[in-house]
Design a protein around this ligand. Structure first.
Ligand SMILES: *Cc1c(COP(=O)(O)O)cnc(C)c1O
Length: 354
């Protein structure tokens, strides 16, 4: 058992309407916090009523962006149980992200226990309507109360929970994506592989521009040559070209998605040819033009898999698979969501029950 002080709310909130949850707008009754100091290590783990956080105005995170986060979900099965999908992978990635930002790491098992403890407390908040889930947002920030830039001596780890709606309310609709040619998200040696707020701060401008032009998300190119495909917004990408399933390799500037990893494992099990390699934008547009691009999709916790129906590059539009979802995309979606919501057998031991 972990040392955890629990203070329950005296005023539990009313549960929201499950058909109108949206994403990340509603929060549960409780949150979890743990403090870190170089002297004491991680200490004072506590579950408290959901509330605002108080910070010194000089706090590191507010000035130098020392923040990393995770995104995962708790799913309710048809029999009413609550389960997590590969949570240890999120814990490991959190530590890798923290290491890159000079933030403290946490014992893996301890961190997993904290995640399970907060989900257990607010278990009733895991919605049961088809496609809904409880989004889990663990995050960590540097919290030294002075302005000098140096190694971080104080940090805070927090977990908040948000019931979220089905990503595909009106069925799976392929999205339109624009290849960004000005801004870059990350460079090798930078923080691209870390799940940190700063990467998102740098991507907002391009996202806004894309949205104005009618595209759902931005497809990033590598930051050095602006030639190789990297990833989409908050998703990794996969393309099926001439029978080969290609996903950009993890060069340091691509976020190592857990959905990406799971898709690769499933595809290999199914006997598909999967390559983690560099894919240039020229190879991709050529594949569209000569008809060898069969399917394209994004992978990530929020949407699971998201078919790409159109790519835009240098003001030219390229339609993928007639703008429809392809068979591999559909099969991955069915298999992963089947495992996550407990409708399909968990042959790979990916599920952890609460
Ligand atoms: C979180 C994230 C992903 C997807 O990772 P999953 O573990 O599959 O949810 C992809 N790209 C970026 C930039 C991300 O932040």
């Amino acid at each position: 058992m972990i040392d955890l002080k629990i203070t329950k709310t005296a005023t539990p909130k009313e549960k929201p309407d499950e058909s109108n949850l949206g994403f990340g707008k509603i929060f549960t009754d409780h949150m979890l916090m743990v403090d870190y100091s170089r002297k004491e290590g991680w200490h004072d783990a506590r579950i408290i009523p959901f509330q605002n956080i108080s910070l010194c105005p000089a706090s590191t995170v507010l000035h130098y962006g020392s923040e990393v986060f995770e995104g995962m979900k708790a799913y309710r099965t048809q029999s009413g149980e609550v389960q997590l999908f590969r949570p240890i992978e999120n814990v490991r990635r959190l530590n890798n992200s923290a290491e890159r930002l000079g933030l403290p790491q946490m014992d893996e098992q301890y961190c997993l226990e904290l995640i399970k403890a907060i989900v257990e407390i607010d278990k009733d908040w895991v919605p049961s309507k088809e496609g809904t889930s409880l989004y889990i947002r663990p995050f960590m920030y540097g919290n030294d109360p002075h302005l000098g830039v140096h190694s971080i001596d104080n940090a805070t780890f927090v977990i908040i929970l948000s019931p979220v709606g089905s990503y595909y309310k009106e069925g799976i609709n392929p999205v339109k994506i624009i290849i960004e040619t000005e801004d870059v998200r990350a460079v090798r040696g930078g923080t691209g592989y870390a799940k940190c707020g700063g990467n998102y701060a740098a991507s907002v401008r391009a996202g806004e521009k894309a949205e104005k032009k009618g595209y759902a998300q931005v497809l990033w190119l590598d930051g050095v040559e602006r030639k190789y495909i990297e990833e989409v917004g908050a998703m990794n990408v996969m393309f099926k070209i001439n029978g080969e399933i290609i996903t950009p390799k993890l060069t340091g500037s691509v976020l190592p998605g857990i959905t990406r990893k799971s898709c690769i494992e499933l595809l290999k099990d199914w006997g598909e040819k999967v390559s983690e390699r560099l894919l240039s934008v020229d190879e991709l547009t050529e594949a569209v033009m000569n008809g060898t691009l069969e399917e394209a999709w994004g992978t990530g916790t929020a949407a699971v898999v998201s078919p790409i129906g159109m790519l835009s590059f240098n003001d030219k539009e390229y339609v993928v698979n007639g703008g429809k979802i392809g068979p591999i995309t559909q099969k991955l979606y069915d298999e992963l969501t089947g495992i996550q919501w407990g409708k399909k057998e968990d042959k790979k031991n990916w599920i952890e029950k609460i």
